[in-house]
Design a protein around this ligand. Sequence first.
Ligand code: ATP
Length: 515
Amino acid sequence: MVTQEEVFKKVTAHAKEFGFVFQSSEIYDGLSAVYDYGQNGSALKKNIKDYWWNSMVRMNENILGIDAAIFMHPTTWKASGHVDAFNDPLVDNKDSKKRYRADVLVEEYIANKLESKIEKEIKKASKRFGDSFNETQFKSTNPRVLGYQEKIQQVESRLKEVQENEDMAGFKQLIEDLDIACPISGSKNWTDVRQFNLMFSTEVGSTSEGANTVFLRPETAQGIFVNYLNVQKTGGMKIPFGIAQIGKAFRNEIVARQFIFRMREFEQMEMQFFVRPGEQEKWYDYWKELRMKWHMAIGFPEGHHKFHNHLKLAHYADAAADIEFKFPFGFKELEGIHSRTDFDLKNHEKYSKKKLRYFDPEINESYIPYVVETSIGLDRMFLAILSTAYTEERLEDGTERVVLKLPPFLAPYKVAVLPLINKDGLPEKANEIVKDLKFDFECIYDEKNKIGKRYRKQDAIGTPFCITVDHQTLEDDTVTLRERDSMNQKRIEIQNLLKILSESVSMKSVLKKLC
Ligand code: ATP
């Protein structure tokens, strides 16, 4: 049996081999946790962006899009709390010289040393008792399971305490008490735990002008907050309304692993929805449901998504949930939905000394709106799609093929046009078809190699349709249309191609599910 780890390795290798994702500055041995998107990756990424943008901005009259700068006035980050509180606790192992997030070490301890033991007990018991096994009852009565559960609660409550009190000495004590060893060196020789700010900084202006430290934004949201009244006034918006944005964000992540899941430079798709104070709960529920629908509308199999409601809330939030996705390395956060109260706007008002109130004509009152935000990492969405689409198949003739079963509307190319052989006027005819179709779809023309090999190449990059031009085409203007997943081939008149393809590859039917 292939392990999930092996699947993940294959997906990563496939991404590189087929021009989706490259390590940044690879010729210089790369830069850790920074990646470049290649010819197919950038096309897939753009289609994901379009899906998000269309579903947010185009489909909703009360959501407008903006594109704010990456650099912002440094006080922005004081007001947002990032200068003082955007920290991760880090600890180094003195022998391996490896750096870890202290909270992640403790969480991994819980998962690997306690939760996995409970799983094992359940598996053992279910084997022993067969059909009569009652998992809920077993979990609430088995002494060993109860013991592990109690231990989990103890560790979680100590973790919460040291995090809330920012007690770095207590953090180290917790790591020592749990006897956590470095996975690389195996030693328990830890440095003290320190807070580490995740923001990157640089300088603007030449030194003679007096250099000024600015930050590379760690989230796109603040560009929306500081512009909310500009958009509201110039767009004539009434509450409730939203502002959406897609853009780069930067975080100096301590533990940067798992390919494009955790990067130091990444892209976010965020929407801040401004509501009347007191109505945030209703809108929070609304957006939670709608965002899950957005994920499901893509058409991936059931069971890949789940909500994780936050028990421990950030200082600015009154409710928060993640949509977790089943990545090859387990369920992990893909998107966050946060009810951020009036925290950000209130603080920007305080620090900027400018009024950021909205006058609500319906109730004749001025107030600082509350905000419900949806925030999804574009790169994580890319990874979710790529890893789910990656499929290895054994065919009837005994051969194997790798196919990316991408939803057609997201595929880098919608159609490949292939002359059966590279002569007799077939390339010219195929190029005519490309010339015609390229106004409506992303097309690719390929005449190299045998036809079977060319089909496999298109399968590997997820092209949903291949059109093959052969000698019969020159006689009767028909082509073979091959469908990627079923590999079925049909003879089609060239004049019908546009209609057939439009129905199969457009985003329209997916967007309609959300309206
Ligand atoms: P995590 O707990 O995984 O660090 P987070 O809770 O800090 O994530 P948010 O601040 O809520 O993340 O950011 C919103 C979204 O941005 C996340 O759901 C994720 O999809 C994406 N994201 C955050 N950090 C990164 C990163 N380093 N690389 C890629 N995507 C990221």
